[in-house]
Write a new protein. Structure first.
Length: 144
């Protein structure tokens, strides 16, 4: 479950970055084509074809993220996930080009409660206690 959470966060960040890069690249290409003569339909056709070609990549990536979220939902329903786990929202693939989908930009990984993380991972007192227990066990083993 935690591996899926990390994958969703990483893929979502990657998708956000690539969408922004593509948006600026598209604006730059259209700006260049405006400087050229409008009578050159070949250039405009190539720009729109490149834009549509990359659109499939972004939609596939969004579908992959949604599939991971659906798998996480199944795990949570089957009680294979932590009880306090929260799930991210699904990305609306049809509006991916609008870049106005708040789900795409919500930092779901930052919204997670600290209570969700196990104590051995985030609590220093617990970590020190574990180290002390392991040291005590090692000392007992050396005594024998």
């Amino acid at each position: 479950f935690f591996e899926m959470c990390m994958n969703v966060c990483a893929l979502k960040r990657w998708l956000q970055d690539k969408l922004w890069e593509h948006r600026f690249e598209e604006g730059r290409l259209h700006g260049c084509s405006i400087l050229m003569t409008i009578s050159d339909p070949k250039v405009c056709a190539q720009i729109t074809q490149a834009t549509e070609h990359r659109g499939g990549v972004f939609k596939r990536l969004a579908n992959k993220i949604n599939a991971l979220i659906n798998n996480m939902t199944v795990l949570k329903k089957s009680c294979a996930a932590p009880g306090m786990a929260t799930l991210p929202s699904l990305i609306d693939v049809s509006n991916i080009w609008d870049m106005a989908d708040p789900v795409l930009y919500e930092d779901w990984d930052m919204v997670q409660d600290e209570d969700m993380a196990p104590a051995w991972l985030c609590d220093e007192e617990t970590q020190r206690g574990i180290v002390a227990m392991l040291e005590k066990a090692r000392c007992k083993e050396e005594k024998r």
